[in-house]
Design a binder for this molecule. Structure first.
Ligand code: HAM
Length: 472
C-alpha cells in the first residue's frame, strides 16, 4: 500500500468548497456603477443644439467686427475682491450667488459671475487708457452664479459682452443699444428695449433717502425679501416682482425726477439718438439692474412680447458705469458703457420662434472601401477631398460593400468611390454614379479632379459608360 500522504499543516490548507457542475459558468455579479449626474443648474450643450448656438455666436461676432470692437478673452477665475468691490456687497450676486473658494495658494478666488469688472481690470492692467479712446472690447464665455435654477436661469451660462471705455458722450450709450438690437434683428428676433437713467451716485443718494422714507410708511405690507431690500439695497425695490411692492411703486418717488441737469441732458440725448434710428423703447422708471456699478443710462433687451413678470426673461442688459475704472484704481473719471447678452436665452428664443440654423452641406460623395489597404489610401483621399472643398462621407468602420452602399444610398450622394483590393493593386478606384448605377474605373491619382469636374457641371463631362476605361 502506498504510504499515506502527510497531511499539510492546517494554516496552509485551503478549504475548497465542493464545485457544482455549473460553477464554471456562474458569474460574479457586477457592482452597479453609478453614472455621475450633472450639477444642478449646469448643462451640456448637445450636438443637436450647436447649430443655433453657432448662429448666435456668428451674429455676435459679425456685429462686433462691423462696429470695430476688439475681442478680449478674460480668465474665468479671478480674485474674489474684484467682484466684491465692483458688483456691490449688498447685491444678490455677492451675497449669495458667487462660487468662491480658497485656492491652493490660500487666496480667495471666485468663478466670474460677470465680466465687466474683469474687462475694466484688464483695461487698467494693460495701460489701455494710453490708447486712442474709446477702447472697444468684446468677449464671449461662461459665467457662474449660484442662483435658483429655472427655465432660462442656469448656474453656468454664457454671455457675450460689449464694453466701451473712455468716452462719456451719449452717442456711445446709443450706439451700444443700436448694435445690440441689430444682433437680434440679424437673428430674426423681435426685441424691445427698456431704458432708464439712475443718474450719478450723488443724485441717487438724495433720491434713495426719499424712496426709503416712502417705503418705510408701508413697511408692514412688504414681503420679507423686500423688507431686507429696504434696509440693504433700497434701489432694488424698484424691480421687485412682489405684487404688493409693485402696486406701492405707483405712488413712489421716481428717480427721473431726481436727476441733476447734466444727467437729464445726457439721458435725453441718448433717447433722441435711439429715436432717430427708430428703435422701439420703453422708458421704464423702475429699471435699476442688479449690479451696483451703474450710473446714468441703464437698459435691457427683452422679447417683444414680454409681459415683465419674470426677471429671467431679459435677453441682455447693461448701462453706463463711469465710476468702475476709478473704483479699481484706474484713472479718475474714466467713463465707460457696455452690455452683455445671455446666449442660452437667445438660443431658446430662436427655438421658440422655430428659427432653425442652416443645414450643414450634405456630402455628394461617399467613399467605400474593402480592407485595410484601401482604408489607408482612403484616409489620404479623404483629406485630399477636404482640401479641394468637397465633403466626403464614409463608413470606415464597416466591412461589407453592401452595407457601405446602403449607407451611401441613405445619404443620397451623387457619386460613390469604391476601393477594393484589386483597385489598390492597380492604383485605380471605381466611381459609381448612384443614379444610373454606371461605374468607371479611374486612376486614383486623378480621382479628386475628376470628381470635382463631375460635380461642377455633370453635363459637361462625358457620361459614365458601363465599359470600364482606365484613365492613367
Ligand atoms: P446681467 O444683467 O447680470 O448683466 O446679465 C446680462 C444677461 O446675462 C442677462 O440679461 C441674461 O440674459 C443673462 N443672464 C444673467 N444671469 C443668467 C443666468 N443665471 N442664466 C442665464 N442667463 C443669465 C451683467 O452681467 C453685466 N456685466 C452686463 C454689462 C456689461 N453691463 C455693462 N457691461
Amino acid at each position: 500500500m502506498p504510504a499515506k500522504k502527510k497531511a499539510e499543516p492546517a494554516k496552509t490548507k485551503k478549504k475548497v468548497p465542493a464545485k457544482k457542475a455549473s460553477a464554471k459558468t456562474e458569474e460574479v455579479p457586477k457592482k452597479k456603477v453609478k453614472t455621475p449626474e450633472l450639477l444642478r443648474g449646469f448643462r451640456d450643450i448637445l450636438p443637436d443644439e450647436q447649430g443655433r448656438w453657432n448662429m448666435v455666436r456668428d451674429a455676435i461676432r459679425n456685429i462686433a467686427e462691423a462696429y470695430t470692437f476688439d475681442r478680449i478673452d478674460l480668465p474665468v477665475l479671478e480674485r474674489t475682491d474684484l467682484f466684491q468691490r465692483t458688483v456691490g456687497k449688498a447685491t444678490d450676486i455677492i451675497e449669495k450667488e458667487m462660487y468662491t473658494f480658497t485656492d491652493p495658494s490660500n487666496r480667495s478666488v471666485a468663478l466670474r459671475p460677470e465680466a465687466t469688472a474683469s474687462a475694466a481690470r484688464a483695461y487698467i492692467n494693460h495701460g489701455m487708457l494710453e490708447r486712442p479712446q474709446p477702447v472697444k472690447l468684446w468677449y464671449m464665455g461662461p459665467m457662474f452664479r449660484h442662483d435658483r435654477p429655472q427655465a432660462g436661469r442656469y448656474r453656468q451660462f454664457n454671455q457675450a459682452g460689449f464694453e466701451s471705455f473712455g468716452v462719456h458722450e451719449p452717442i456711445v450709450d446709443a450706439q451700444l443699444i443700436v448694435l445690440g438690437v441689430q444682433i437680434f434683428k440679424d437673428l430674426g428676433l423681435d426685441v424691445k428695449v427698456d431704458i432708464n437713467s439712475i443718474g450719478t451716485p450723488e443724485c441717487r443718494q438724495a433720491y434713495l433717502a426719499e424712496l426709503v422714507a416712502y417705503f418705510r410708511q408701508h413697511r408692514s405690507k412688504l414681503c420679507d425679501e423686500d423688507k431686507k431690500r429696504l434696509q440693504k439695497n433700497p434701489l432694488r425695490l424698484l424691480d421687485s416682482k412682489d405684487e404688493t411692492t409693485r402696486e406701492l411703486l405707483d405712488g413712489a418717488p421716481q428717480i427721473l425726477d431726481w436727476l441733476d441737469e447734466k444727467s437729464k441732458e445726457h439721458f435725453m440725448k441718448v433717447l433722441e439718438f435711439i429715436e432717430e434710428v427708430e428703435i422701439p423703447f420703453t422708458l421704464n422708471p423702475y429699471l435699476v439692474r442688479g449690479l451696483d456699478y451703474y450710473s446714468h443710462t441703464v437698459f435691457e433687451f427683452l422679447p417683444a412680447d414680454d409681459t415683465g413678470e419674470k426677471a429671467q426673461n431679459a435677453l441682455g442688459g447693461g448701462g453706463r458705469y463711469d465710476g468702475l475704472v476709478e473704483l479699481l484704481g484706474g484713472r479718475e473719471e474714466t467713463p465707460a458703457c457696455g452690455f452683455a447678452l445671455g446666449i442660452e436665452r437667445i438660443v431658446r428664443a430662436l427655438g421658440d420662434k422655430g428659427i432653425d440654423p442652416p443645414q450643414r452641406p450634405q456630402p455628394q460623395v461617399f467613399f467605400a472601401q474593402l480592407g485595410d489597404a484601401a482604408r489607408r489610401i482612403g484616409l489620404n483621399l479623404y483629406e485630399e477631398f477636404r482640401q479641394a472643398g468637397i465633403p466626403v462621407a464614409e463608413a470606415f468602420g464597416k466591412n461589407a460593400l453592401k452595407a457601405q452602399l446602403e449607407a451611401a444610398n441613405k445619404l443620397n450622394v451623387d457619386l460613390t468611390l469604391i476601393l477594393g483590393q484589386k483597385e489598390v493593386l492597380d492604383g485605380t478606384i471605381i466611381i459609381r454614379d448612384m443614379e444610373s448605377g454606371a461605374q468607371e474605373i479611374v486612376d486614383v491619382k486623378k480621382v479628386v479632379s475628376l470628381v470635382e469636374k463631375k460635380l461642377r457641371k455633370e453635363e459637361g463631362v462625358a457620361p459614365i459608360t458601363q465599359s470600364p476605361v482606365v484613365e492613367k
